[in-house]
Design a protein around this ligand. Structure first.
Ligand code: SF4
Ligand code: SF4
Length: 160
């Protein structure tokens, strides 16, 4: 046992450190379903406030945005405080018009020392900094966890 520990120690002594230089040398690791900063399609938003009401972290406030919004007579849109957000995606799920989606913009890309900068106004959410990809949207909800494949889920449900 002692010998094993010594061998392991020696092995790591001559192994290069596993340090990834993000973002200088590498892009951060992201999965197909990484849940990050939201996108708001303002032309789809009706100002129904469902997203605000469902948010468990109280991260959404409705704010007025002047303009000619055909679907949003009250001219109110969600602004999101990502400092409070838990990235649960409930706002995306509940939105009746598909006006909200989530991207893979997360981690160091959202890091800031200024807490005020974690609050994103509607127009800041409507134009995220590229590159990004949509990972969660109304039409493409999160797939089941890998250990519950679709087939297994059907089997599980039909066995009840
Ligand atoms: S992802 Fe969840 S916590 Fe974040 S704003 Fe939406 S509902 Fe709130
Ligand atoms: S984003 Fe969706 S849920 Fe939120 S106010 Fe707009 S339409 Fe309603």
């Amino acid at each position: 046992m002692v010998l094993g520990a010594i061998i392991l120690g020696l092995k790591y002594l001559f192994t290069r450190p596993y340090t990834r230089l993000v973002p200088e040398k590498e892009r951060p690791f992201k999965t197909e379903t990484t849940r990050g900063k939201h996108v708001l399609y303002m032309d789809k938003c009706t100002g129904c406030t469902m997203c605000q009401r469902v948010c468990p972290a109280d991260a959404i406030q409705m704010v007025r945005v002047e303009g000619d919004w055909k679907r949003n007579k009250k001219k109110i849109f969600p602004r999101i405080d990502l400092h409070r957000c838990t990235f649960c995606a409930m706002c995306v799920e509940v939105c009746p018009t598909g006006a909200l989606a989530m991207t893979d913009i997360t981690g160091w890309e959202l890091t800031t020392e200024d807490k005020e900068k974690t609050i994103y106004m509607p127009y800041e959410l409507s134009e995220p900094e590229p590159p990004y990809r949509i990972t969660v949207s109304k039409n493409e909800w999160l797939p089941p966890p890998p250990f519950y494949s679709k087939k297994k889920l059907i089997e599980k449900t039909s066995n009840k």
